[in-house]
Structure formats: structure tokens, C-alpha cells
Design a protein around this ligand. Structure first.
Ligand SMILES: [Mn+2]
Length: 278
């Protein structure tokens, strides 16, 4: 079994159609199918932002039901589940019929040769969340408390490991952000803020070096472990997507109008040659 991984779709159904076609899948009466023994793997964030989240949900769910796709939760799906659990309005009423499916999706995938999680394979958080599902009431109750260990773990794996920035720093859109997301797979000791953020941010303040406690939450991912695929980081086109055994498939589909994918080839180290886009 081989996998074709798809980055954050965010409701861009037209780009999804184009990308899966490039990957050799055809549209059937129920979702997509490959004539060889291949499956699609979605890294999460199917919904919100783009024009047609409903078609994305419908088609991905059908593909999943036919056994031709795996899907892991993104922060947008999980946030929607949390709102629904608290009886608060969800981003679109279209999502409601899909909630029973979404809440049974895994928080991460540990497959034979690869691992998939929306933002970070943070080892202790993955340990804590192993065997846990969003359909469990006690888990969702814990996650609704902002100081709970389950909430912290979910935030880390679905939103990344973050640090407070030392001064004014802007993201790729020129927006000043108080926090930055860390290169969670690396050992960050002895590096300045400008070297440890993913995606990079901009500002003179980032020449500063973080205090130990600011990067304590990072648990470097061993280079000998299985390759991990993530989405989430809205990378500018020139930022490398393959970093050792960690590959990010999120190139910010809404602003760059490009959906990224990765086609798995047997026994190969992760390589940028295997990346493609819509
Ligand atoms: Mn995300």
C-alpha cells in the first residue's frame, strides 16, 4: 500500500480535484479512486476559508467510506467539534451532518512507514493522546478546560509548539504576532529566534536568543524515526517543505492558490522530488 498525502484543503474543492487528478486518481460515483493500490491521506483542515467546504467534506468522506482515504483531524475540524460540544455556533451549518464522522477521525496516524499529524509529532503529547478520540465525552470535557493536560497536548499536536517572541515580529503578511511556532523536530539550544521559527518571521528583535524555558516544550523528533507529514504552517513558496524526516504540505492554499501533495515511493527518504501541487 502506498500513500498520496494532501495538505490543508480549506474548502478549495477545485484545487483538490486538480491535485488528485495529477496524482492519478479518478472521480467515481463515491469519491476518488486510484487504479493501483494507493490511498489518499489528508493532514487535516479540510474546512473553512475557501469557497466550497461542503463539497470537500462530501467527497473526502465518500472516499474514506470506500476505503480509499485516511483522514486526520486539523485544528479547524477540532475547533468545530469543541464548539459543537459546548453548544456554541459552528462556522457553517453545512458541517452539522458531518460531525458524527469528524468526531470519529483520529488525532494522528501512526502507519507502517510514515506518521501523519496536523502540526507537530510532539512525543509526550502523542503518548497522552494515544487511544483517545474526539467522540469521547470525558476527553472533550477535559479539552474544554484551557489548563488541562489534554488541552495542551491537543493544542501542541494540532497547532504546533509555540514560544512568546522577544519583541516586534511580523509574519509573512506583515501582521505583528506575539507568538511564533517552533521547529519542533529540531534541537533548538544555542540558536536565535530567527533560526528556530517555522515558518520564519521577520523583525530585528528575532536576533535575540530564547531563554531555556521558552523552548523547554520542544521534544526533538529523532532522525531515526519514521518520516512525519504535517500541514498547518502556511509556508511561503520559497520555504523548504522537506526538512529531514519532517515534511510540511501546507503552502497556504487560500492566499497562494496552490494545494500541495506528496506522493510516497517505496523505501525512499523524504524528498522534495516527490512534492507536487495543484
Ligand atoms: Mn491548521
Amino acid at each position: 500500500m502506498y500513500y498520496d498525502l494532501i495538505g490543508d484543503v480549506h474548502g478549495h474543492f477545485d484545487l483538490l480535484e486538480r491535485l488528485v487528478e495529477k496524482l492519478g486518481y479518478t472521480r467515481t460515483r463515491r469519491g476518488y479512486e486510484h487504479r493501483e493500490d494507493r490511498k489518499l491521506v489528508f493532514v487535516g483542515d479540510l474546512i473553512n476559508r475557501g469557497p466550497d467546504s461542503l463539497s470537500v467534506l462530501k467527497t473526502v468522506k465518500e472516499t474514506w467510506e470506500e476505503g480509499n482515504a485516511l483522514v486526520t483531524l486539523g485544528n479547524h475540524e477540532f475547533g468545530t467539534l469543541r464548539l459543537a460540544f459546548m453548544n456554541k455556533p459552528i462556522p457553517s451549518p453545512d458541517y452539522k451532518p458531518f460531525l458524527p464522522w469528524i468526531e470519529n477521525l483520529p488525532l494522528f496516524l501512526d502507519l507502517d512507514e510514515i506518521r501523519v499529524v496536523h502540526a507537530a509529532w510532539h512525543l509526550s503529547s502523542i503518548d497522552l493522546l494515544t487511544g483517545v478520540r474526539a467522540c469521547e465525552k470525558s476527553f472533550m470535557q477535559a479539552v474544554c478546560r484551557s489548563d488541562s493536560s489534554h488541552r495542551k497536548a491537543v493544542d501542541r499536536i494540532l497547532k504546533g509548539v509555540k514560544a512568546t517572541l522577544p519583541g516586534i515580529a511580523k509574519d509573512r503578511f506583515g501582521i505583528v504576532r506575539p507568538k511564533g511556532r517552533l521547529r519542533w523536530w529540531e534541537n533548538l539550544r544555542g540558536k536565535s529566534f530567527s533560526e528556530i521559527l517555522f515558518p520564519p518571521m521577520y523583525g530585528d528583535s528575532l536576533q535575540a536568543f530564547p531563554q531555556g524555558h521558552e523552548i523547554d516544550a520542544v521534544e526533538p523528533y529523532p532522525t531515526t524515526e519514521k518520516p512525519v507529514f504535517v500541514g498547518h504552517y502556511c509556508l511561503e513558496p520559497q520555504i523548504p517543505k522537506v526538512n529531514g524526516n519532517v515534511t510540511c504540505l501546507d503552502g497556504c492554499v487560500t492566499c497562494d492558490k496552490r494545494l500541495w501533495g506528496y506522493t510516497q515511493v517505496d523505501g525512499e527518504e523524504p524528498s522534495r522530488a516527490n512534492l507536487l501541487h495543484s
